[in-house]
Design a protein around this ligand. Structure first.
Ligand code: NAD
Length: 273
């Protein structure tokens, strides 16, 4: 069975409460994940970064009966304190966390990595895009029982160079390493921590990358499936990792990218000189 927009329905997340951090609009990867978790019976809370996003996030969250809708800027300790305090006060615990947050200055997402990455840009990008998961995971883990699960979203630009992805690739490498260390720390408490490495998907964040169109067409051409990354596949992987289907899986970076990451060299016929 699946609901009208194609998210398989069921009871895999019934009775579980989770916080989804990173919905900006209906194209957000976090929104696809949220819809899939809702279709499997999860109770959801959402955080949004600032007032400007509230008017987009609130109606989406309300459309799937969100229990909590909270402002939370991950760069502010006070804002993180307040959001997680509300989760604790209202729910008294937490079963899962979705972290889908990244940001860098647009000037860093074009041209030369070595020339365009200032100290400030490097720090800020790491703070929002990597440290925020360490911080959120630490706070969330204090509210979790054994069986808790967390995911974050990453991209292949952490492992290979991708034009214009630049400092964000460095932050994603830190995010993936952080995922492994968090998994190691929280494993003895029975909490699983994983990352999904998604292929390019048309979202607000992706629109900030210079030569984005080339990125999409090259991925389509070179990937074994010869297709774009379907956000429903990302949502399905999230469901696997956050539910008991993913038992025993932790510290993993799982690629959902039409197979692009396995290709060392695209087929001759698919490359136009
Ligand atoms: P998006 O723009 O919809 O989501 C990014 C989110 O980060 C937004 O909701 C934004 O409000 C939030 N954010 C930025 N700064 C914040 C702050 N200070 N406090 C709180 N929230 C903040 O784009 P998306 O593509 O859905 O991105 C979600 C995640 O997926 C990101 O980590 C991104 O790097 C990753 N990802 C995206 C793609 C892609 O092609 N779109 C591929 C792989 C991984």
């Amino acid at each position: 069975m699946s609901d009208e927009i194609g998210y398989p329905t069921g009871d895999l997340m019934k009775g579980r409460r989770g916080l989804v951090m990173g919905v900006a609009n209906k194209n957000s990867i976090a929104w696809h994940i949220a819809q899939q978790l809702h279709a499997q019976g999860a109770t959801l809370g959402f955080t949004y970064a600032n007032d400007a996003l509230a008017r987009r996030v609130r109606p989406l969250a309300e459309s799937i009966n969100a229990d909590l809708i909270l402002e939370c800027d991950v760069l502010s300790d006070a804002s993180m304190d307040a959001a997680f305090k509300t989760v604790e006060d209202k729910w008294g615990g937490l079963d899962f966390l979705v972290h889908a947050i990244a940001f860098t200055d647009k000037t860093a997402l074009e041209g030369s990595f070595v020339e365009n990455t200032t100290r400030q840009i490097f720090r800020d990008t790491m703070d929002v895009s990597a440290f925020s998961f360490v911080d959120a995971a630490n706070r969330a883990s204090k509210l979790m029982q054994p069986g808790g699960s967390m995911i974050t979203l990453t991209y292949l630009g952490s492992e290979r160079t991708v034009p214009n992805y630049n400092v964000m690739g460095v932050a994603k490498a830190a995010l993936e390493a952080s995922t492994r260390y968090i998994a190691r720390d929280l494993g003895p408490k029975g909490i699983r921590v994983n990352a999904i490495s998604a292929g390019p998907i048309k979202t607000l964040a992706a629109a900030g990358i210079s030569s984005g169109r080339h990125m999409f067409s090259f991925n389509r051409m070179a990937s074994p499936l010869r297709d774009d990354t379907d956000p429903r596949g990302v949502a399905g992987a999230a469901l696997y990792m956050l539910s008991d289907l993913g038992a025993s899986c932790t510290g993993e970076t799982h690629h959902v990218d039409a197979g692009f990451h396995i290709v060392g060299m695209p087929d001759e016929a698919s490359v136009k000189e």
